[in-house]
Design a protein around this ligand. Structure first.
Ligand SMILES: O=C(O)CCC(=O)C(=O)O
Length: 291
């Protein structure tokens, strides 16, 4: 594993910011100690045990998979964790919104993959630089466990053509994959110890292989947008203000949930899911749910 990026008082240095903009990513950045990471993993696994068959309107995995911050206080706690936001501010500036928290788990010895893609292909965002993903490891992310691979400098492309497979072994909503092959030699493995994160640009080409290890691979992909972000076509979208201020209301802002899966947050979850489906599944040939 690479040595951690050494922050200055928890902040990215000018050199680290340049590395992010040159490469389209930066890692590994330590943002939580072992005790904190264990406690987040234990809290997630407790929710999985308690809520798996507990009468939620949609499968538990749906709520964990996208927009977990709407209904799960744990997801908000992680997404609003100070050391993560300190690093994110170095890229997006002081006014930052939490857009989506996604628990991306691959069980031990399973075949699920994420095909090579660019995040922004289907998100309907009006600009490409005011959004990023922080991906936090809650268990070891290694080549064996199916860590992500990044293609260096690939964020300098436009949005490339993607093909949808809707393959059930693909963790992505449309099973989307860029329509060009990426050589193994061009893949940079993003190995992360628990408590460390990577940052990646929304146009960086990335994917991940199957988990061939004995442990679960648990990642938390946290999407942040600057308050400068506008949605393409003026579509409605939602976010939580994480740092700074919103100067004009391009996104509808909402408060973190008061309790796990409580009534108001479940109603908001359904509303956001319906609105985002209009954008994310536009043009898809299959009628699959977005997540
Ligand atoms: O968790 C993974 O393996 C892939 C995550 C991903 O594609 C993302 O965070 O954008």
């Amino acid at each position: 594993m690479k040595d951690c990026v050494a922050l200055q008082d928890g902040r990215l240095t000018e050199r680290q910011k340049s590395a992010y903009w040159n490469d389209g990513y930066l890692f590994p950045i330590r943002v939580a100690d072992d005790a904190q990471t264990h406690s987040w993993r234990a809290a997630l696994e407790e929710i999985e045990r308690t809520w798996l068959d507990n009468g939620l309107p949609l499968p538990l995995n749906t709520y964990k998979r996208v927009n977990a911050q709407v209904v799960m206080p744990l997801a908000c706690e992680i997404g609003l964790h100070g050391p993560i936001l300190d690093a994110v501010e170095g890229v997006l500036g002081p006014d930052v919104m939490l857009y989506s928290v996604e628990f991306l788990t691959k069980e031990a010895h399973t075949k699920h993959v994420v095909t090579m893609h660019q995040d922004l292909a289907y998100w309907g965002m009006g600009d490409m630089d005011n959004i990023l993903t922080a991906w936090l490891a809650l268990s070891p992310a290694t080549t064996a466990s199916g860590c992500m691979d990044f293609v260096q400098g690939s964020h300098k492309n436009e949005i490339l053509a993607h093909e949808d497979s809707f393959d059930e072994l693909n963790l992505l909503s449309r099973g989307q994959e860029i329509a060009v092959d990426v050589a193994d030699a061009d893949k940079v493995p993003v190995e992360l110890a628990p408590g460390c994160m990577s940052l990646h640009h929304g146009l960086t080409i990335h994917g991940s292989g199957p988990n061939q290890s004995d442990d679960r691979r648990i990642g938390v992909a946290i999407r942040y947008v600057s308050t400068k972000m506008r949605k393409a076509g003026g579509n409605k979208d939602y976010a939580i203000l994480a740092r700074g201020a919103v100067s004009d209301a391009s996104f509808i802002t909402y408060a973190p949930p008061e309790a796990l899966f409580d009534g108001p947050s479940m109603a908001l979850y359904a509303e956001i899911r319906d609105e985002q489906a209009k954008v994310m599944m536009a043009g898809a040939k299959s009628q699959s749910a977005i997540y």
